[in-house]
Structures are given as C-alpha cells and as structure tokens.
Design a protein around this ligand. Structure first.
Ligand code: TXA
Ligand code: MG
Length: 358
C-alpha cells in the first residue's frame, strides 16, 4: 500500500522530498512526477531494488529502465565513453524530455540495463524529480509508473489505478498532472548515424539540430512496425493499449478526415455498437453536426497546438475504457514536431488498426 504525499509541482515540499528520498536510499520504490509522465523509481545502483520495479510493473526483465540524473557529473557515473558531440547536445537539451542510450558504466547493475552493455540516461526537467534525485544522493532508475502494457500515467490518480494495492510501491508523490503527457524522446547514440528509438516531446527536428547530424527514423519509431529485440528491447511489446478496440483514421485533409470519421461511426452504430470518437476540438465541432447525439465525443486537444493533444492523449485512452463503448475511433495527426510522438502512440495503442484516406 503506497503512502500518497502531495506537493506543489513547482516548489516541491521539503518534507515530502526528504521522506521519499529516504525511501529511495533504503532500497524502496517511489512513484514521482516528471515533465513527461510519472516514473516508478529506485536507487539506480541497487540491483535488488530494480528487480522490485520489474516485479511491481510485471515488466519483462530484459526491458531496461531509464536512469534519471540531476547534474552533469552523474552522467559520467552512469555512462562511459560519452562522445563529445553528445556531451554538447546534452548541455543544450537537459534538463528536458530527451534520453540518450550510451555505453554503460561498470557501476550500473545488470538488472537496471536488462543485461545490456548500454544504459538509457536522462535529466528530467520536473522540479520534483530533480529535487528527489538530489536529496536521494543517487541517480534514480525509473520506467513509467504503469503496469506493463497500460497507457503511461500522466497524473497520480493513474499511478494509483495501477498500484493502489501493490505492497512493493512505498510512496506515490502527487505533484498533479505532468506537463508534456508523452514519454521522453529516446535516441541511441552508440551508433552512427544515431537511431531514434522512440519519438517524444523533444522533436526530431530539434534533435538533429543539437546533434549536428541526421538521425535515422526506423519504421518502429513511427509505430508502423515491430522493432527487433536486439535494437530496441521495449519497442516490440504491445504498448499504450486501452482494453477497448481502437481504430485510427489518418487523412491528409480535414474534409476527408471528417467524412471518414463520420462514415465509420455511422457504420458501427448501424451494427449496434457503442462508439466513442477521440478527436481534436476543431474536428469535434464538425463531426458533432453530422452525428448529433449517439456517439461519445472525447476532445483530446487542439489541432492548432499538438502539445495539447500529447498532454491529454493517455488520459483519453484511459477514459475510453471507462466509457462502456465497444470501439474508439481516433483522429490521426500530421507526423511533424510532436505529431510524430502522438502517431507512434496512437498506432501502437490501436495495434496498427489504421484506416488511411486516399
Ligand atoms: O519520459 C520517460 O522517458 C519516462 C519518465 C519516467 O522518465 N520513462 C519511461 O520509461 O518512459 P519506460 O521504461 O516506460 O521506457 C523506457 C524505454 C523502454 O522502451 C526501454 O526498452 C528503453 O527505454 N531502453 C532503456 N534502456 C535501453 C537501452 N539500453 N537500449 C535500448 N533501449 C532502452
Ligand atoms: Mg513505459
């Protein structure tokens, strides 16, 4: 049974941080907010604590954790042979939602890296996460704080949906909703050109700029194919999945998009199914006119600012399961900027169940 400790996200409560840091130091587990999603953290140098994280999440042991650091000195403690261009890029991007896969330092236990010779590292920008790492006096290994296969938690309530009865989780720090709502961008810089393993809030366009090189974008990073285990251990599992079947509609033009969404919804209604639409505010207004009434409309954000869609996406996917509908039909977005991260999540959540307009 975790204890829930509440704090202001921007000015973390000293007592909350100290109490949670003490739990980390003695090998316990703390769920905490980052700017992306909530993490389930432990001392990154404690292999036994890391095993508890895997058990709590029911995560396969070969799917490694991300190590979170609070200062640049800690990068040298957890990674080795960091190329100069990566140091420079890290100094531009951190703290922030960008994770580098690097060669690991001896000291990082094999439990954390799933037996790999590489380690994923990031410096989160959330004040609570940074203060917690500092107070614990050690880097914190943390995957997203959800049971494996569920959408990542963007609020403490989501963490409790998955872990309220779990005796392995000692503390949940409730710092309110997270800022970005999708997990960090992950880039493997042990290879040249670097390989994008997971798109996130730190966009590909920005990433190529700070790295000073082209970054390869494999099909699995777009969510349209499975990854090979050897390249991206975590990317082959069915991820971010609501229980309700999900269909994604991808159209280059708004008119085709609205027509297709309305057509699909009407078809499913005719077959006696209960339907929810996961759409932007702009599209919601248009489909509402055509359908008036029988479908649930979940507004995810605005097409004018895809960060609003990213922020609400996982909540919308969790809400879908609470609506008592037979199918969710989601609007697709342009694969540009943070849109790439959104489409990766949506395609995976749907199990590649995608309808494309001509
Ligand atoms: O925003 C985030 O990244 C959040 C917050 C808590 O920091 N964390 C997160 O962790 O999303 P998780 O475990 O849900 O996703 C980490 C991904 C996994 O797919 C894992 O396979 C991959 O990072 N990963 C970790 N270490 C790796 C490595 N050495 N090589 C390749 N992929 C790695
Ligand atoms: Mg995860």
């Amino acid at each position: 049974m975790p204890r829930v400790l509440r704090t202001d996200p921007v000015n973390p409560d000293r007592r909350v941080i100290e109490e949670a840091a003490a739990v980390i130091r003695r090998g316990g587990l703390v769920a905490f907010p980052t700017e992306t999603v909530y993490g389930l953290g432990c001392d990154a140098f404690n292999g036994r604590a890391a095993l508890k994280v895997f058990r709590a999440k029911r995560r396969p042991p070969d799917n490694p954790l991300i190590v979170h650091i609070a200062d640049f000195g800690q990068l040298g403690e957890v990674a080795s042979n960091v190329p100069d261009y990566v140091w420079e890029a890290a100094r531009k991007a951190w703290p922030g939602p960008l994770t580098f896969v690097l060669q690991k330092a001896e000291r990082v236990p094999r439990e954390v890296t799933g037996g790999r010779s590489t380690v994923a590292v990031r410096m989160p920008a959330h004040p609570v996460a940074l203060e917690l790492i500092r107070a614990a006096g050690t880097p914190i290994a943390a995957p997203s704080a959800n049971v494996s296969g569920k959408p990542s938690p963007t609020a403490a309530e989501h963490v409790l949906e998955d872990f309220a009865d779990n005796p392995l989780v000692d503390v949940v720090i409730d710092g309110g909703p997270t800022f970005f709502g999708v997990e960090s961008t992950i880039v493997d810089v042990t290879r040249d050109p670097p390989l994008l393993l997971r798109p996130g809030p730190y966009t590909l366009e920005e990433l190529e700029k700070i790295l000073g090189r082209r970054v390869e974008v494999p099909a699995f990073a777009r969510g349209i194919a499975e990854a090979e285990e050897a390249v991206a251990p975590g990317m082959r599992y069915r991820h971010y999945s609501p229980e309700t079947p999900l269909l994604v509609v991808e159209c280059p033009h708004e008119r085709g998009l609205v027509e297709t969404l309305v057509g699909l919804a009407k078809d499913r209604l005719r077959r006696g199914l209960k339907v929810a639409l996961l759409v932007s505010r702009e599209v919601a207004d248009l489909v509402d006119e055509a359908l008036h009434g029988p479908v649930h409309i979940v507004v995810v954000g605005s097409r004018q600012n895809l960060y609003t869609v990213a922020k609400n996406l996982y909540r919308a996917l969790r809400d879908l399961d609470k609506l008592d509908v037979d199918i969710g039909i989601a609007e697709g977005y342009e694969e540009r900027g943070v849109g790439l991260a959104i489409m990766n999540r949506l395609r995976k959540a749907s199990g590649q169940n995608v309808v494309r307009c001509l």
